[in-house]
Design a protein around this ligand. Structure first.
Ligand code: SF4
Length: 382
């Protein structure tokens, strides 16, 4: 029997979310704006199923698609104001899910706005329908910049059938990577989520890294499975149906007692092992395990470069399983430098490391590290 599908059209008052900090060292975005709520693909592990994101009965996630019919007009109104208040920065817009986007074409309309207003664009997408709009993506990439990650946890058809039976086929997604790469767009894959016990071994991960590389992808980002609310229940059930022995192992990984709640993410050592394995496989196939940050030209380029280094350091520390306080020290320093209104190069030139240490959240050792990076950036610039 065909699944019911309804569209609920409405007109929100606002479309753009402004994040407090850029999403480093992952997607580097500052703004997001999405036209649909709910998703027909209905992947079991999708975190957007949760009430926190959906704000309605999670059971309707894939049968009732909210449609923000004024999304394009709102974006055209809001972006110029944001450019004046917070500056032009990377925005993530759109959602190429079917059949909503075939019918409403709001994502295409939003791309036109991004192109007209000169914003750099980042997209993370599981649907190859994105390449329908290659003309606009190419235009935006010429005027500013476009980065894309195509989502796929693995290239194993058995895992796709079990955990995301209605999402677009993996071969179509790989072809989308090829088309985007051929158009000169920086594209890679995000392996999110990598499924524990069934998709996190070296063979599964190498298959996907190799496939992404063979299709012209420039990077691969690996990320573990999160487990929250109804999404956790559904994902556990999918594991159980795939192999009944997995239920106990998944429960143990997420410290999930019967009748209790799971931890939201896998433990640190698991994440570190996964990140290191992805890093090693990426090196083996000459591909990056981070997406390089886009930095718009302007007087604060150096700040953004130093902030990028600080963010990347937090990721390295996670993989080393360093103490939380060290990660937080680098994260806070990254925010400070990224959001600073004056050039960090000028501050250092005027007052040396003492000037850096006067900035919020920057202590002696991070100041010394920044000074070293500033010297390296200077050498690179000469
Ligand atoms: S395609 Fe993406 S948004 Fe849709 S259900 Fe799957 S993971 Fe969620």
């Amino acid at each position: 029997m065909a699944m019911r599908l309804e569209f609920h059209e409405y007109r929100p008052r606002k479309i753009v979310n402004v994040h407090k900090h850029v999403d480093g060292p992952w997607f580097w975005g500052k703004y997001t704006a999405h036209p649909y709520v709910g998703c027909r693909s209905g992947c079991e592990f999708c975190y957007a199923r949760g009430e926190r994101y959906l704000r309605r009965d999670p059971a309707t996630f894939d049968t009732l698609i909210g449609v923000k019919v004024n999304a394009v007009d709102l974006l055209r109104e809001e972006l110029p104001k944001l450019a004046r208040q917070s500056g032009i920065d990377v925005i993530s817009v759109g959602d190429w899910q079917r059949p909503a986007e075939d019918r409403y074409r709001l994502s295409r309309g939003m791309l036109e706005v991004v192109r007209d207003l000169g914003f750099p664009l980042f997209i993370t997408e599981r649907s190859p329908l994105l390449t329908r709009d290659l003309d606009l993506l190419t235009d935006i990439n010429t005027r500013a910049w476009v980065g894309v990650t195509i989502s796929m946890g693995s290239v194993d058809p058995a895992l796709k059938r079990a955990f995301e039976p209605r999402s677009p086929g993996v071969r179509l997604r790989l072809r989308a990577i090829r088309d985007l790469a051929d158009a000169g767009i920086r594209v890679g894959a995000n392996l999110m989520p990598v499924l524990p016990f069934v998709g996190d071994d070296e063979a599964h991960l190498e298959d996907v890294v190799r496939a992404v590389k063979d299709h012209g992808g420039a990077f691969v980002l690996g990320g573990g499975l999160t487990m929250g609310g109804v999404q956790a229940q559904r994902t556990l059930e999918a594991f159980r149906l795939f192999d009944p022995a997995l239920e106990a192992r998944v429960r143990e990984l997420y410290a999930w007692k019967t009748g209790g709640k799971p931890q939201y993410g896998p433990p640190g050592p698991y994440n570190a092992r996964l990140g290191l394995l992805v890093r090693e496989l990426c090196a083996r196939h000459s591909i990056l395990d981070r997406m390089p940050r886009y930095i718009a030209p302007g007087p604060l380029v150096l700040n953004k470069r130093i902030a990028e280094r600080l963010f990347l350091k937090t990721y390295d520390l996670e993989l080393e399983q360093a103490k939380e306080y060290r990660l937080w020290a680098y994260r806070k320093a990254a925010w400070t430098v990224d959001e600073l209104g004056e050039s960090i190069g000028d501050i250092y030139a005027a007052r040396g490391e003492a000037g850096l240490q006067a900035l919020p959240g920057i202590g002696k050792s991070i100041a010394a590290q920044i000074a070293e990076w500033l010297a390296a950036e200077n050498d690179d610039g000469e």
